[in-house]
Design a protein around this ligand. Structure first.
Ligand code: FHN
Length: 585
């Protein structure tokens, strides 16, 4: 699925009038922090390289690449690095794959060059995944690449050296809680020989190994994952170790409310990014992180590159995964796509690296925007014959040129048919890039935009998607919930979206939401002027289990309209947890 089109779980909780915000959205537990005394300025300095980087390579490499998705002659469902879990492979039997792991073709320098030529500025590699196998030289367990495989090499040391040589930043992924090999690690429910104390596992394996990687390797990122059963007490055991690497960047997956430095949406691009937080979308190129020999469901270069652009336009980083084989090769389709992305970035990287988020909430053209000082970069995906019209830009344009060849762009002025305000028209270049052509606009100052100037338009099939995260208004008592992009509203509040309807007529309305079964039964209405269509909220099995419901027909006039979602007769603390309303002719 093209993740640009993916709308993630955005949450609106229409709460009952007597319930306060604090009651509907429980206050997060105070977050332990690795940098308790850091000032915002010091944090900016620490995060600088990472924020400018925008594009990194995730590498999932381990002994799961030996079975490569097949166990006892059967293709095992799910992601490749989970084969031990999904195939319920006993610990002792899975461990035998180590003897077959001999990556004779592994060439750290070539991997780093592949990343560099793709325009990636950093690499994050699995030092230990949930299977418990250390891909670095560990003295804490004999279950690691140097002791348990015929190769006896330390690929992470080789990678660190190649990264240093090529100026690429390096980070390690470490599965601190889930460990299906070492007794007591979380997650192994199928092999009783693995039973043990999780506290012992934390003390004897995870903490000492994290100390090893922080002491022995020049890493700048520590990427925690799946904090299953991670209590505050357990999580806090890792915190003092971070002092071993001043400047280290950590993500938000240590557990127990530890926020770390970065949000980590996985396999999707959050509709509004995470304003005020650093964030990084991690994503596979096919459907697996660790190598699976038969997964050929590769995303196109167009999807991957437009994801990068979309993410940059929302102020985030893209950590794009490769899953090398047991012999040490990055799969050909990955290399091919990375090469194509790199070629684009060579000409257009200026519009990605070191940029900040777009000033536009929506676009009057098919594309995205990024900003650097007085420069506004427009990444145009598709060009209408007469050019693109920029609606809502208030800062005058001094000059515009195309990044791929530096040639000047032809500008014109127009008037927005909807709002009557002045617009800038940019004529298409002779050579359009089929994925994205970047126009660099030199402005008279930092871009200022009238965010309300552009209403939501239907897609090519005439469908309007009114996502919770894209609402123009969601009540007065609303507040972003970081985890779910959630919003809570007082009963008197409502959702509101401005839309531009190309043709008056009857439209079908569908709503997608989650609702706990016991909280079902509230009423809601989708309203456009005097027209209204109503429904009753059904239970979906949970606030975060989303289901679509047909609501009925709504008459819409042509031109700019306002669509409202109102809730009433609310049966519990909330009417629904809205994902989106869909309206189609
Ligand atoms: O379970 C893992 C999965 O195998 C993979 O490593 C991803 C990457 O973000 N993290 C976990 C799922 O969230």
């Amino acid at each position: 699925m093209n993740s640009i089109a993916t709308v993630v779980a955005a949450v609106i909780l229409f709460s009952i009038v007597t319930v306060t915000q604090a009651q509907t959205t429980p206050a997060p537990a105070p977050a332990p922090t690795s940098q308790p005394t850091e000032t915002p300025e010091q944090r900016d300095v620490r995060m600088k390289w990472w924020r400018e980087a925008r594009f990194g390579m995730f590498i999932h490499w381990g002994i799961y690449s030996v079975p490569a998705g097949t166990y006892q002659g059967k293709q095992i469902n799910g992601i490749g690095e989970w084969i031990m879990n999904r195939g319920k492979i006993p610990v002792a039997e899975y461990a035998k794959y180590a003897a077959q792991f001999n990556p004779v073709l592994f060439d750290a320098d070539a991997w780093v060059r592949t990343a560099k030529e793709a325009g990636m500025k950093y690499i994050v590699i699995t030092s230990k995944h949930h299977d418990g196998f250390a891909m670095f030289d560990t003295h804490v367990s004999d279950y690691g690449i140097v002791t348990a495989t015929p190769s006896r090499r330390d690929p992470l040391r080789e990678l660190a050296e190649a990264c240093r040589k090529h100026g690429i930043h390096l980070g390690f992924y470490y599965s601190q809680a889930q460990d299906w090999h070492h007794t007591g690690g979380a997650g192994n429910t199928w092999d009783p020989s693995h039973d043990g104390s999780m506290d012992d596992y934390i003390d004897k394996i995870a903490v000492p190994q994290v100390r090893e990687i922080l002491s022995n390797y020049p890493i700048e990122i520590l990427w925690w994952d799946t904090p299953r059963d991670m209590t505050k007490e357990r999580a806090e055991k890792f915190l003092p170790l971070l002092a071993l690497k001043p400047g280290i960047i950590t993500n938000n997956r240590l557990g127990a409310g530890f926020k770390g430095d970065t949000e980590t949406p996985e396999q999707y691009v959050p509709p509004t990014g995470y304003p005020g937080r650093d964030w990084e979308t991690c994503m596979t190129m096919n459907d697996t992180w660790g190598y699976k020999s038969y997964d050929q469901n590769w995303k196109s270069t167009e999807t991957l590159l437009r994801n990068l652009i979309d993410i940059a336009s929302k102020g985030g980083n893209y950590l794009l995964n490769v899953g090398p084989t047991a012999r040490g090769e990055i799969p050909g389709p990955s290399i091919e796509r990375l090469g194509q992305i790199g070629k684009w970035l060579k000409h257009n990287g200026e519009a990605i690296y070191g940029t900040s988020a777009s000033p536009f909430k929506r676009y009057s053209f098919d594309g995205r925007a990024t900003v650097k000082g007085n420069r506004l970069y427009l990444h145009v995906f598709d060009w209408p014959e007469n050019g693109i019209e920029i609606v809502g830009l208030k800062t005058p344009v001094k000059y515009a040129n195309f990044l791929f060849d530096g040639s000047a762009a032809t500008l014109d002025t127009g008037k927005s048919a909807e709002t009557g305000t002045a617009t800038v028209i940019i004529k298409p270049p002779a050579n359009k890039d089929p994925i994205a052509t970047v126009v660099s606009l030199e402005l008279e100052g930092p871009p200022e935009v009238d965010a309300t100037a552009i209403a939501i338009r239907p897609d090519a099939k005439g469908l309007f998607r009114l996502a919770a995260g894209d609402a123009d208004h969601l009540g007065e008592k609303l507040q972003m919930d970081e985890t779910h992009h959630g919003l809570s509203a007082d009963k008197s509040d409502h959702g509101m979206w401005n839309v531009t309807v190309p043709k008056a007529g009857i439209y079908q309305v569908e709503i997608e939401y989650g609702c706990e079964d016991k909280s079902a039964g509230s009423s809601y209405a989708v309203v456009a002027g005097d027209e209204k269509v109503s429904g009753k909220v059904a239970g979906t099995g949970g606030w975060k289990k989303f289901r679509a419901q047909k609501v009925g027909e709504l008459k819409l006039g042509e031109g700019r309209q306002t669509i409202r979602l109102e809730a009433s007769e609310i049966t519990d603390r909330a009417a629904m947890n809205l994902r989106e309303i869909r309206i189609k002719p």
